[in-house]
Write a protein that binds this ligand. Structure first.
Ligand SMILES: Nc1nc2c(ncn2[C@@H]2O[C@H](COP(=O)(O)OP(=O)(O)OP(=O)(O)O)[C@@H](O)[C@H]2O)c(=O)[nH]1
Ligand SMILES: [Mg+2]
Length: 342
């Protein structure tokens, strides 16, 4: 449907799609996201046009990142929180950042049965992680999808990420607050949680605080509370909190939402909320710029002609990486300045 002949004017199509998205049409939203996720250059141009059109309608949602080790209960938690939010009348979207999806061929949210009731909830929108070979690519598409969801009227956007690698940092960079889920017991090492990830958390949740695990969960909460005292807070206004919950039984979920809402109010009144978003947008602009330039550089024939030999020399330890990088940049600078010469 979006495949227009080269040079054809896609503006009316994008204007219509933008109108439908902003009217909250789910099918239009799904279509718009497919466009944003497409790797085709024509689609990317159209997606950029669409995003510019919906931009004035974005920014209205509370953006929440949710992370934690595999199996800690992220999907169960998101499902129960999402349903609680829609019951309060808050339209909720669920996105995911899973850079491993390209390798494994599946994504953490690909199997909808893992959020069976949220997937059929008319006030919720569940979208699996886009596939991608780089975290940068996956992150970019998720950011754009987040904006589309806001334009479509979603008031809370929950972004699940796998608790591995750099994806937490990427998700923290696109959300207003970041929730880290832990299991009862175990220290940081046991749970595979790195200190850097603890520093991203505004709210640490000890999940599975039910059955025989309740006492252990209470102890874990106490342990993390004292550990967090010595850590730098991500925001000036809000010291990170530690709470227990049971996603399975739905215990403590209301308190979690109260905490998130309080966070939002406090940061908004101090101006830190908007300042954080502006800073994120600026960082995103530079990340995009770097990606566009890197792409253009890698695709240029003169650069391509040199890459193999430079890589081989670096691999063999004959050439310092910095020298090779400078040569590639110089080749690109030379060709791009001659390209623009009249
Ligand atoms: N007892 C108990 N079990 C839970 C709770 N929350 C989740 N589980 C169980 O833990 C298992 C993993 O839950 P998921 O929600 O799939 O965990 P996840 O973190 O999304 O897992 P990945 O997406 O694979 O990283 C399931 O068997 C859940 O039923 C809880 O609060 N209490
Ligand atoms: Mg999951």
């Amino acid at each position: 449907m979006f495949d227009l002949a080269h040079g054809a004017d896609s503006a009316p199509l994008m204007q219509a799609l933008a109108r439908e998205v902003c009217a909250g049409d789910r099918r239009a939203l799904a279509k718009a996201i497919t466009l944003v996720e497409s790797t085709k250059l024509t689609h990317q141009d159209q997606a950029a046009e669409l995003l510019s059109l919906v931009m004035p309608k974005t920014g209205g949602a509370l953006r929440v990142g949710i992370s934690g080790a595999p199996g800690v209960g992220k999907s169960t938690f998101i499902e129960v929180l999402g349903n609680a939010l829609t019951q309060q009348g808050l339209k909720t979207a669920v996105l995911a950042v899973d850079p491993t999806s390209a390798l494994s061929g599946g994504s953490i949210l690909g199997d909808k049965t893992r959020m069976p009731s949220l997937a059929v909830n008319p006030d919720a929108f569940v979208r699996p992680s886009p596939a991608g070979s780089t975290l940068g690519g996956v992150t970019r598409r998720t950011r754009e999808t987040l904006l589309l969801c806001e334009a479509a009227g979603y008031e809370v956007v929950l972004i699940e990420t796998v608790g591995v690698g750099q994806s937490e940092t990427a998700v923290a960079g696109m959300t207003d607050l970041f929730v880290l889920l832990l299991s009862p017991g175990g220290g940081d090492d046991l749970q595979g949680i790195k200190r850097g990830i603890m520093e991203l958390a505004d709210l640490v949740l000890v999940n599975k605080a039910d059955g025989t695990q309740q006492d252990l969960a209470r102890q874990t909460v106490a342990d993390y509370r004292s550990a967090l005292q010595f850590m730098r807070s991500r925001t000036q206004q809000f010291a990170p909190r530690v709470m227990a919950c049971s996603a399975l039984q739905g215990d403590g979920i209301d308190q979690v939402w109260d905490c998130l809402a309080e966070f939002k109010t406090q940061l908004q009144s101090s101006g830190e909320f908007e300042a954080n978003r502006s800073e994120q947008a600026k960082t995103w602009m530079w990340a995009e710029t770097a990606e566009i330039l890197m792409d253009a550089l890698k695709r240029h024939p003169k650069v391509q002609a040199q890459v193999a030999s430079l890589e081989a020399e670096v691999l063999a330890g004959e050439l310092p990486a910095t020298v090779a990088a400078k040569r590639l940049a110089q080749i690109y600078q030379a060709v791009s300045s001659s390209d623009t010469r009249p």
